[in-house]
Design a protein around this ligand. Structure first.
Ligand code: UDP
Length: 482
């Protein structure tokens, strides 16, 4: 039985970045790609994680690997196999690294035995393919246990952790104690931010690489006003008329034109907002840590204080009704709905709960794209956030973003310069007042949005991400004994 699956990776040319980078940056990107291609001649860069679809890591791998492959670098993506018990344990580790107990189950000797057995089977198979000098990037806790066999091949092994918690607690410590025996064998680590590096991961061995977004994907690609309007009207999120020639169109990753066919399910009282209504928007999974109830309560304070410009709120997330493997999402949405029903009529009529179709991932992305582009303000009022991709996405679209000063968001937004940080995300009066000020000051909103776009252009594009990988590989080669 095969334990590893190779994921098909597309080809995307780095030249696409010509439209968003300046000449100097483009020159650096081409030169680095060329140097890396020569350096890695006949060597393979292996990426190993536990899922080919769903979640930010898979999305990022698909796009980054497509660029490296088309630059002539032999990059492969392998997904490990495991039984449900293995994935329950790794989910438990995932929650613990976020500082929370998850299902509260033990992480003892019995769990370690199951974890190690699955890791070993996958590692032995991969080790038979890996040659000395190859680079193996192991992603997240699911793959750390594969270290011993892979280090033994003479490849450079790097462990990349995409999650983390700003401060440590008993849960975080327990997860690190579980993973440490494997990590001690690995010569290099990548973390998302400094605060996420555990003390025992010698800082000299750790590199910080922040997540990037693919600005040409359906989620982030340029959409003209007509397409935005057509998508939002077609899905039922806003009300308006669209002409025959206004098509809810977008381009798929491979460049083929497509259109949004499905509609959103929107819970609302009365009418949809018009295209002219300023929208405050939060797009998130239905997760208590994204604090959707807090967003509604904060917005209610804005309405109480005679909301300026008649703004309305759209809370959008994936459609949870048909998703059996996300019971937590369904329960959170139900809690949001229950709270919404309790709100006074005048408030409720200005809050729209939109669940977006997810059967076609690219179509879902195009709807998110249109909604973020149309928003007067994008909000991410999370109580905890490893790194908020929705924040980067909205900043790229030149939106003024109001987000909590938690986790990675603090590295994404510079308060008052390219967005607004909420020092205390639970202070709803302060949240309402920030929204009010921004709605009343469109010039400031525009300035923040413009600076936000520039911040992403400089720091959060895939091309910068690849440069950091190139530097890391150069460094590892310098330390190699082979
Ligand atoms: N997202 C989406 N459709 C939805 C809700 C969210 O595509 O209905 C995307 C969102 O655009 C972002 C990702 O899911 O790219 C969420 O990443 P983030 O880092 O913000 O939060 P996470 O869900 O990883 O905690």
């Amino acid at each position: 039985m095969n334990s590893l699956t190779e994921v098909r990776v597309g080809l995307l040319s780095l030249e696409r970045f010509e439209s968003v980078l300046d000449e100097e940056q483009m020159r650096e990107a081409r030169a680095t790609a060329e140097a890396l291609r020569e350096r890695l001649a006949r060597r393979v860069v292996w990426n190993v994680n536990s899922t080919a679809v769903g979640g930010g890591v898979a999305e990022m791998l698909q796009s980054l690997l497509s660029y490296t492959r088309s630059a002539g670098i032999d990059t492969r993506w392998m997904v490990i196999e495991g039984n449900p018990e293995f994935f329950r344990i790794t989910k438990r580790l995932h929650h613990a690294l976020h500082g929370s107990p998850g299902d509260g189950s033990p992480l003892g000797a019995a769990e370690r035995k199951i974890y190690e057995e699955t890791a070993r089977v996958n590692a032995v198979e991969l080790a038979s393919l890996v040659r000395p000098g190859d680079v193996v990037l192991l992603h997240d806790p699911q793959t750390a246990g594969m270290a011993a066999q892979l280090v033994g091949t003479g490849a450079h092994v790097v462990w990349r952790c995409h999650i983390g918690h700003d401060s440590t607690n008993a849960q975080v410590e327990e997860a690190w104690a579980f993973l440490r025996p494997y990590l001690d064998l690995i010569p290099a680590y990548i973390f998302t931010r400094d605060a996420y590096v555990p003390d025992f991961c010698d800082h000299g061995k750790s590199t910080i690489i922040r997540p990037s977004i693919d600005v040409f994907s359906p989620k982030n690609q340029e959409l003209d006003d007509e397409a935005i309007r057509a998508i939002l009207v077609h899905t039922g999120i806003v009300e308006g008329s669209v002409g025959e020639d206004q098509v809810p169109s977008f381009r798929r990753d491979d460049g083929t034109p497509s259109r949004v066919e499905r509609r959103a399910d929107v819970v609302r009282l009365g009418r949809a907002p018009s295209m002219e209504t300023p929208l405050v928007v939060q797009v998130s999974r239905w997760d208590p840590l994204k604090d959707p109830v807090g967003v509604m309560r904060g917005f209610a304070k804005l309405v109480d204080g005679a909301s300026p410009a008649q703004a309305e709120l759209v809370l959008a997330g994936p459609n949870v009704s048909g998703v059996t493997d996300d019971p937590e999402g369904g329960a959170t949405f139900d809690a949001v709905l229950a709270e919404w029903r309790e709100m006074p009529h005048a408030v409720r009529s200005r809050i729209h709960l939109a669940t977006l179709p997810i059967r076609d991932v690219a179509e879902n992305a195009a709807i998110v794209n249109a909604l973020q582009r149309h928003a007067a303000i994008v909000v991410q009022k999370s109580l905890h956030e490893g790194f908020g991709l929705t924040v980067t996405e909205a900043m790229w679209k030149s939106r003024p973003v109001v987000a909590s000063a938690v986790g990675g968001i603090q590295d994404q937004i510079e308060d008052g310069v390219n967005g607004v940080l909420l020092e205390d995300p639970e202070d709803l009066a302060a949240f309402a007042s920030v929204l009010r000020d921004l709605l009343l000051d469109p010039d400031r909103a525009r300035r923040l949005g413009d600076a936000a776009h520039e911040q992403v252009r400089r720091n959060f594009l895939g091309v910068g991400h690849l440069l950091q990988y190139a530097h890391l590989i150069e460094r590892l080669d310098g330390q190699a004994r082979w």
